[in-house]
Design a protein around this ligand. Structure first.
Ligand SMILES: Cc1ncc(COP(=O)(O)OP(=O)(O)O)c(N)n1
Ligand SMILES: Cc1ncsc1CCOP(=O)(O)O
Ligand SMILES: [Mg+2]
Length: 223
């Protein structure tokens, strides 16, 4: 569980953000998450979505098990979309999109010591999310993605650059099709980190792939 002062460190948590559910894994998700933590992820989002996603009790129990792994290693645990699950598990935060519940109402239910991430695809959505109380923004898809069927148009780093040009200074993570070979422009544009599914969960050697991204993002964040 994160405490209030940790909220001040959201930029650090965003550096290497793993988003994942069972459908993204070719091995048990508990194993994948444990390897990713060993490799150096800084934040985890439980996103159980897509064809074959778990529901009901199995969904809840997987969330519980992944949260326990995060707790053991002091990695904040974020729930995708589902405010009821976030409350039931006393998660460290939630990530919501433009079609999900607005951040304003979520804050009232979740409390002030929790992280709320909001997806934004342009400056207008970013401004609204900030007004609604978002702690960070997920911007994307930066590149074409195989992991989200209903993703919006690929936007490269244009929104991240626009936010910087407008001096909109909220913590930002890029998402969508990000791998080691194309991560650099996202940091150059001004993001605090990258959020990935397939670059970690889809790899044969999860720990090694994560280590590579860990080394890379550490270097890019200070340049
Ligand atoms: C860190 C991060 N950024 C963006 C998203 C996408 O959220 P959303 O647009 O609500 O789409 P779904 O993930 O719910 O399909 C995210 N999950 N995480
Ligand atoms: C959840 C989400 N939101 C925008 S793109 C995306 C999927 C990211 O997955 P990948 O890193 O495999 O492209
Ligand atoms: Mg969503």
């Amino acid at each position: 569980m994160i405490t209030k002062p940790d909220i001040l460190h959201i930029r650090q948590y965003l550096r290497l953000y793993l988003v994942m559910g069972s459908v993204n894994c070719t091995r048990p998700p508990e194993e994948v998450l444990t390897s990713a933590i060993a490799g150096g992820i800084t934040l985890f989002q439980f996103r159980e979505k897509g064809v074959g996603a778990l529901t009901g009790q199995a969904y809840y129990q997987l969330g519980e098990r992944l949260q326990q792994i995060c707790k053991t290693h002091q990695i904040p645990f974020i729930v995708n979309d589902d405010i009821e699950l976030a409350i039931a598990l006393d998660a460290d935060g939630i990530h919501v999109g433009q079609d999900d519940a607005p951040a304003e109402g979520i804050r009232a239910r979740l409390g002030y010591n929790k992280m709320i991430g909001v997806s934004a695809h342009n400056v207008t959505e970013a401004r609204q999310a900030i007004q609604d109380g978002a702690d960070y923004l997920g911007i994307g898809p930066i590149y074409p993605t195989i992991s989200k069927a209903d993703a919006q148009a690929v936007q490269g780093t244009s929104t991240i650059t626009a936010l910087k040009n407008y001096h909109i200074d909220i913590p930002v993570v890029g998402i969508g099709g990000i791998h080691a070979h194309n991560a650099e422009p996202i940091f150059t544009a001004g993001a605090d980190g990258i959020a990935v599914i397939s670059a970690i969960a889809g790899q044969d050697n999860v720990e090694q792939a994560t280590q590579q991204l860990n080394t890379l993002t550490r270097r890019l964040m200070i340049n």
